[in-house]
Design a protein around this ligand. Structure first.
Ligand code: PEP
Ligand code: MG
Length: 539
C-alpha cells in the first residue's frame, strides 16, 4: 500500500481502479529538417488530426458535428495548405509554418467584415492548433471513460468534465489544481469526490489499473489499500450511504434563524441534469447556472438554436423554482479551447466576464437573444452579469440587451421581456458602490470566490497564496455586509453563491450579516441544512 495526501477538493469516499491520464506537454525543442521532410511531417500530422476530429464527430451533437466537419474540410483547403507550404520553403519548420499561416489566414477572414466568416476563424484555429500539437508531440488524450474508475491526471480541465460520462467517473486525483479552480467546483456540483495537489509520483504508469481508495474529505489517497484500510473505507462508505438516507428526510425541511426568518438553500448547477438532481434533493431554487459550460460541452454548443435548447431544458428542469442563469463568465482561470482569447499578462485583472462584451460582441448578443427567447417561451428567469466593476459594465450591457430586444419584439420573435436582471457582486468595487448599482437591477448575488481573491489579492487557484485566501476575513465580511445593507435599503434580493456558502462556519457569519439565501453545490445542501437547523434550534 502507498499513501499520498493531497488537498481535499470535493467530499466523498470512493474505491475503484485507477485510470492514468497524463497530458503534460512533452519537453520538446523544435528541430527544423529539410523542407521536403517538414512537408512529409505536416502531411502525416494533418491525416492524424482529421482522424481525431472524425472520432469526435461520432459522439457529437448535430451542431457540433457540423463544426467538426467544417474543420476536416478546412484542413484540406488548398489556399491554406499553399500558405503553410510556402512558409516551410522559408525553412521555418512545419509547426511554426502552421502557426504563421494560421495567424495570416484567420486575420484575413476576420478582416473580410463578414461576421459568419469571422466566427469560423476560431474553428480553423481549433483545427490548426490540433495539427501543431501533433507536430510538437503534445499529448491530446481525452477522458474517454468506458468503465467505473478514478481518474488520476496531471490536471483536469473543465472541458474534460463536461465531456465525461458521469456514471463511470468515481473520483479524481490530480497533481495540479486547487480547491477553487473550476474543474473542482464542477466536480463538487457533480458530487464526484476529488483530491488535488498530490505528489507527481502518483502519475507513474505502473499505477494504471491498480485499486485506489480516495477520501475526498481528508485528501488521503491509498494505492492498493491494505485490508484494514479497505475495511475502514467500506464501513465509512456504508455510513455515508445511511447518512444520505437520513439527509433525504431533510429535503423538505427549511432553515429559520432564531428570529424566525427563513434562510433559503439554493443550488449552483452547470446543466439540466445537475438542476434536476438539485431539485430532487430539495433545492428551493437554482442560484447560479454557469452558462460558460456551453463552451466546453459536447452536448450543446454556442449556436442560437443550441443555446435556446440549453436554457429551455434548464428552466424546465427547475420545475417552476426560481432559476438564475449567469451570462458567460469566461477568461482568467476559465480558459477555453474553442475561443482563442488574447494572451494577457494578468488575466484575472484583464478581459474576463462581462468585459468581454467589448471584444466578443456577437457571442454576447447571441446569448442575450437565446435568453430572451427561452424566457419568453418557458417562463420568467433571472439572469445575472458577472465581474461587474463599474456602472458602465451594466449600462453598456443593457444597451446591448435593448438593441437585441427591440429587434426581437419588432419582428415578433418574442412578445415580452420575461427576464429579471441582476449582477454578481464579486469585485471590491462593485461591493463598495453597491448603493449606486442597486438602481439598475432586481438582485445581487455575492460571488465570494472572486470577491475574496480580489479583496485579499490572493489568486484563487494559487495554492501558495492559500494562507491569504479567506472568504470570512473581516475585509470580505465587511463588503458582504455592506452589499446586503444596500440591497435591503433598495428593496432588491441578495444571495451568496460562492463556495463558502457551503461552509458551515462561513454560512453562519453571512447569515449573521443579513444574508437570507445561500446557493451551493447540490451535494452540500442537505448536510448544511442539517447543521444550520441544529444550530438555530439551540437558541
Ligand atoms: C464566485 O466568484 O464566487 C462565483 C460564484 O463565480 P465563479 O466561481 O464561477 O467565478
Ligand atoms: Mg466569480
Amino acid at each position: 500500500m502507498v499513501k499520498y495526501v493531497g488537498t481535499p477538493a470535493s467530499g466523498g469516499l470512493t474505491v475503484a481502479k485507477i485510470k492514468i491520464v497524463n497530458r503534460r506537454i512533452a519537453g520538446f525543442k523544435r528541430v527544423v529538417l529539410a523542407p521536403h521532410r517538414e512537408k512529409a511531417l505536416l502531411n502525416a500530422a494533418v491525416i492524424l488530426a482529421k482522424d481525431e476530429i472524425k472520432t469526435l464527430m461520432e459522439h457529437s451533437s448535430k451542431e457540433h458535428h457540423d463544426i467538426l466537419n467544417f474543420q476536416v474540410v478546412m484542413l484540406d483547403d488548398e489556399g491554406l495548405r499553399t500558405l503553410i507550404n510556402s512558409q516551410i520553403e522559408e525553412q521555418v519548420g512545419a509547426a511554426r509554418a502552421v502557426e504563421l499561416a494560421m495567424e495570416e489566414y484567420c486575420d484575413r477572414m476576420k478582416n473580410i467584415g463578414n461576421e459568419y466568416l469571422a466566427q469560423r476563424s476560431s474553428d480553423i484555429r481549433d483545427a490548426l492548433t490540433r495539427v501543431i500539437d501533433i507536430l510538437d508531440g503534445r499529448n491530446r488524450e481525452r477522458f474517454v471513460l468506458t468503465e467505473p474508475c478514478i481518474v488520476v491526471a496531471d490536471e483536469i480541465l473543465p472541458s474534460d468534465l463536461a465531456a465525461i460520462d458521469r456514471k463511470f467517473a468515481k473520483g479524481f486525483i490530480t497533481e495540479g489544481g486547487s480547491y477553487h479552480n473550476h474543474a473542482n467546483i464542477i466536480a463538487r456540483t457533480m458530487g464526484i469526490p476529488s483530491v488535488c495537489g498530490v505528489d507527481s509520483e502518483i502519475l507513474n504508469p505502473l499505477n494504471d489499473g491498480k485499486t485506489v481508495a480516495l477520501d475526498g474529505y481528508t485528501g488521503e489517497v491509498f494505492i492498493s489499500p491494505a485490508d484494514d484500510v479497505s475495511a475502514v473505507f467500506s464501513r465509512r462508505m456504508s455510513l455515508e450511504q445511511s447518512d444520505s438516507e437520513k439527509y433525504q428526510q431533510l429535503r423538505e425541511a427549511s432553515v429559520h434563524t432564531p428570529d424566525g426568518e427563513e434562510v433559503a438553500i439554493y443550488a449552483n448547477c452547470n446543466d439540466p441534469k445537475d438542476i434536476a438532481l438539485a431539485i430532487n434533493n430539495g433545492a428551493q431554487g437554482i442560484g447560479l447556472v454557469r452558462s460558460e459550460i456551453l463552451f466546453m460541452s459536447t452536448t450543446y454548443d454556442l449556436s442560437l438554436a443550441s443555446q435556446i435548447r440549453f436554457y429551455t431544458e434548464c428552466i424546465r428542469a427547475a420545475k417552476g423554482h426560481e432559476i438564475t442563469i449567469r451570462t458567460f463568465d469566461i477568461g482568467a482561470d476559465k480558459p477555453l479551447e474553442n475561443l482563442q482569447l488574447e494572451k494577457e499578462p494578468n488575466p484575472a485583472l484583464g478581459m474576463r466576464g462581462v468585459r468581454l462584451m467589448y471584444t466578443q460582441q456577437q457571442i454576447f448578443e447571441t446569448q442575450i437573444e437565446a435568453l430572451l427567447v427561452s424566457a419568453d417561451r418557458c417562463g420568467r428567469i433571472n439572469v445575472m452579469i458577472p465581474m461587474v466593476a463599474v456602472e458602465s459594465d451594466i449600462t453598456d450591457y443593457f444597451t446591448m440587451v435593448e438593441k437585441v430586444k427591440e429587434r426581437l419584439l419588432g419582428d415578433g420573435t418574442i412578445t415580452r421581456d420575461n427576464i429579471c436582471w441582476g449582477i454578481m457582486i464579486e469585485t471590491p468595487s462593485a461591493a463598495l458602490i453597491s448603493e449606486d448599482l442597486a438602481k439598475y437591477v432586481n438582485f445581487f448575488s455575492i460571488g465570494t470566490n472572486d470577491l475574496t481573491q480580489y479583496v485579499l489579492a490572493a489568486d484563487r487557484i494559487n495554492t501558495n497564496a492559500a494562507r491569504y485566501y479567506n472568504p470570512v476575513h473581516p475585509a470580505v465580511v465587511k463588503l458582504v455586509e455592506m452589499t446586503v445593507k444596500n440591497a435591503v435599503r433598495y428593496g432588491i434580493k441578495v444571495s451568496v453563491c460562492g463556495e463558502s456558502a457551503a461552509d458551515f462556519e462561513s454560512a453562519k457569519i453571512y447569515i449573521d450579516k443579513g444574508v437570507r439565501c445561500l446557493s451551493m453545490a447540490q451535494n452540500a445542501m442537505l448536510p448544511i441544512k442539517e447543521r444550520l437547523i441544529d444550530e438555530f434550534s439551540k437558541h
